[in-house]
Design a protein. Structure first.
Length: 385
């Protein structure tokens, strides 16, 4: 049985205050094309459908159009979706009973995690167990002390296991697939998602062992989470650090007691690119012609600060989103500059900051303080665009 697994669409997201609805519409069109080509039995959407709990109207219309087109193109397709930590479960629950009549199931309550969605195709059967993001207060009627996501997830796994045991099906009678949005232990976070602090919210991947496949959302990189689980990752890069990572949708082929999961790459309308060089080079009309239409972060390596570099750079790269200048970057104590020129400019700025800190505090800034100042400077440069 074929399944298509996607996650972390983040519809309605902006990049450096730039609207990217055109890019997200192209991404959803690519997903529709893949559905038409592969004809899977089900599409699994593992949370963070929207980027905000109150998405803009344009984002709602875009996702509504996608669901309508997917259901119309293949009336036999089952769509199962859950909210992630960016979504509002209450808002997503509107109209779910009506949509289920068209094969679109948006399950928003963890209390129904042990009520699976049944999928049948070509004589095969799968039960999709939908488990939304588990925040504080998950599972109604359970008061008492605060329980973290790991504890809540373990309770959900026990509920599902009990339902599976009570089912009484013969071994191998159907596939059991878990759809969840969580931070599994061993997973690697990317720059663009909200990662939990510490280890208390990480879910033990051993809880996935009873399933034939586990379709996960939350982490934006395609990766394993134990032998049974996969993160689909976000189909678009949402930070420059993710620009070179493989992105797409996961095609899952369930076979007997095993599965094959393949990332089907998606070519975005515009990629996230980082370029670097002197201002005179990057502002030249001949600079990086292959990246001309992409989203660009430009890092200027000039020793002296360049005043008002944005407009000349944007004349070459119309989708410029961020400008960084080596002349403003702080040398963190114990680090080495990437070039002698970088070292000169960074040490000069670091010396000024060091002198200011000593005058105000009577001591040199710590490494942590220097790192924080460098981060704030980078954010201020991006916000100035």
């Amino acid at each position: 049985m074929l399944l298509l697994h996607a996650a972390d669409l983040h519809i309605g997201k902006t990049l450096h205050e730039r609207d990217i609805s055109e890019d997200q519409e192209a991404m959803l069109d690519g997903l529709l094309s893949l559905l038409a080509e592969k004809r899977p039995a089900a599409l699994l959407l593992a949370g963070d459908l929207y980027d905000r709990s109150i998405p803009p109207p344009e984002a709602v219309r875009l996702f509504d159009s996608f669901l309508s087109r997917a259901a119309s193109a293949d009336p036999g397709l089952t769509v199962v979706a859950i909210p992630g930590n960016h979504d509002s479960a209450a808002r997503l629950s509107f109209g779910t009973s009506l949509m289920s009549r068209s094969g679109v199931y948006i399950r928003t309550s963890p209390d129904s995690c042990d009520d699976p969605v049944l999928v049948r195709r070509d004589g095969e059967t799968a039960e999709i167990w939908p488990l939304p993001f588990l925040g504080p207060g998950a599972f109604s009627g359970r008061g008492g002390a605060f329980r973290g996501q790991a504890e809540l997830f373990a309770e959900a796994a026990r509920r599902i296991a009990a339902r599976m045991a009570a089912r009484g099906d013969p071994a191998g009678g159907r596939y059991d697939v878990l759809l969840a949005h969580c931070f599994a232990a061993g997973g690697t976070a990317s720059e663009s998602e909200r990662a939990f602090v510490g280890q208390s919210e990480q879910v033990d991947s051993a809880l996935f062992d009873t399933f034939d496949y586990v379709a996960l959302g939350h982490l934006h990189r395609f990766q394993k989470a134990g032998p049974k689980a996969r993160y689909a990752g976000s189909p678009l890069a949402y930070s420059f650090a993710e620009g070179e990572e493989p992105k797409g949708f996961v095609l899952v082929d369930l076979k007997g007691g095993s599965f094959e999961a393949e990332l089907v790459p998606f070519a975005p309308l515009r990629r996230m690119r980082r370029i670097e060089g002197p201002f005179s080079v990057l502002s030249s009309p001949s600079a990086f012609p292959e990246f001309r239409d992409d989203f660009i972060e430009a890092r200027l390596t000039d020793i002296e600060p360049v005043l008002n570099p944005v407009d000349p750079l944007r004349a070459v790269f119309p989708n410029l989103l961020s400008v960084r200048q080596a002349a403003f970057e702080i040398a963190v104590p114990g680090s080495s500059p990437s070039s002698p020129e970088d070292g000169a400019s960074r040490n000069s700025v670091a010396a000024d900051f060091d002198a200011f800190h000593r005058e105000m505090k009577g001591e040199a800034p710590s490494a942590e303080t220097a790192k924080l100042f460098a981060k704030l400077l980078e954010e201020a440069e991006s916000a100035a665009l």
